[in-house]
Write a protein that binds this ligand. Structure first.
Ligand SMILES: [Zn+2]
Length: 314
């Protein structure tokens, strides 16, 4: 009996000393007449951020709400729904997924549960790759990296395809689609919301955050930045980091250009990726305080060298 009481006390104590964690509150910032962005943390997924690290956005127009990239989990999708409810009682009718990386779209499922009629749109390459196992890979790695904070998240794949050059009218508002080659992930679509002069770049652009390039083609990613810049829009919502003007796209482009040009220069001199790293890190000094720099830069140099080598043999 005594043992039972001690056990009971231990249980009570532990549950009050370590309350179940839930996600921090992140504001939905209104960036233009119809558009709101929830700017997520810029760190990689971890137990503290509970896997939330992207920029879910929503657009409130006449007959409904359009969501762009509802985040990495049921919890982030639930937060997006809560933020929408605080602004409007209109239903979510459409979701755009910018690319296959699960931190951007695994919130689809919870929104579909609440709004079964919702139409989910993505590039056909995204749908194919997600179904071929990338979706489940992301479920597994987010669960691991967050110590189970995203557990229970289920997959809902997009079903409607959008490709480069598409112009869509949704509730009488205009959306244009852009995609440039492999770019960030070989599944990317950038979405222009015409009436608000807003571009959702997906991870073709990040700001104050060094993006992973594991699935990227650096030259195509630069071309995607050029496309976004050429449209001269008022607002650019990057995949990660603060929303801003076109300058943030130019910064992303500059990072990629320095990386590629310097790697090419030292490659021609016969240096290995390891030998060229100190010089390239110096050239990228403006980006050293961006989240993830230390973690990614070595890998970025190796990827740039691989891409340069490959281009030589083509
Ligand atoms: Zn990505």
């Amino acid at each position: 009996m005594r043992r039972f009481i001690i056990l009971l006390m231990a249980c009570c104590f532990s549950s009050s000393a370590f309350p179940q964690k839930s996600m921090h509150e992140y504001p939905a910032e209104k960036i233009s007449p119809h558009t709101y962005v929830i700017h997520g943390p810029t760190e990689r997924p971890n137990p503290e951020n509970r896997g939330f690290m992207n920029n879910p956005a929503f657009i409130v127009i006449d007959k409904g709400v359009i969501v762009i990239d509802p985040g990495s989990s049921h919890e982030t999708g639930t937060m997006v729904l809560k933020k929408i409810k605080a602004v409007t009682s209109k239903p979510v009718t459409h979701i755009f997924n910018t690319h296959v990386h699960g931190d951007h779209w695994l919130g689809n499922n919870i929104i579909k549960q609440v709004y079964p009629e919702v139409v989910i749109l993505a590039d056909p390459r995204m749908i194919k790759k997600a179904k071929a196992g990338e979706g489940q890979n992301w479920i597994d790695s987010l669960d691991r990296l967050t110590d189970g904070a995203t557990r229970g998240t289920k997959i809902t794949y997009p079903e409607q395809q959008v490709v480069n050059g598409d112009a869509l009218k949704i509730h009488n508002f205009n959306f244009r689609m852009y995609s440039v080659g492999i770019a960030h992930s070989d599944t990317d679509i950038m979405i222009e919301f015409v009436e608000d002069s807003v571009m959702f770049t997906g991870d073709n652009v990040a700001y104050k955050r060094i993006i992973r390039l594991d699935d990227a083609n650096i030259k195509d990613n630069i071309a995607a930045c050029d496309k976004a810049i050429s449209l001269k829009l008022k607002h650019y919502v990057p995949g990660h980091g603060p929303t801003g003007k076109v300058d943030l796209v130019k910064q992303q482009k500059r990072y990629l250009e320095i990386l590629y040009a310097e790697a090419g220069k030292y490659y021609d001199q016969g240096l290995s990726d390891f030998e060229m790293k100190p010089m390239i890190v110096k050239s990228l000094i403006d980006f050293q305080d961006w989240s993830g720099f230390e973690h990614e830069v070595g890998k970025h140099i190796s990827l740039a060298v691989l891409e340069i080598e490959k281009a030589e043999f083509e």
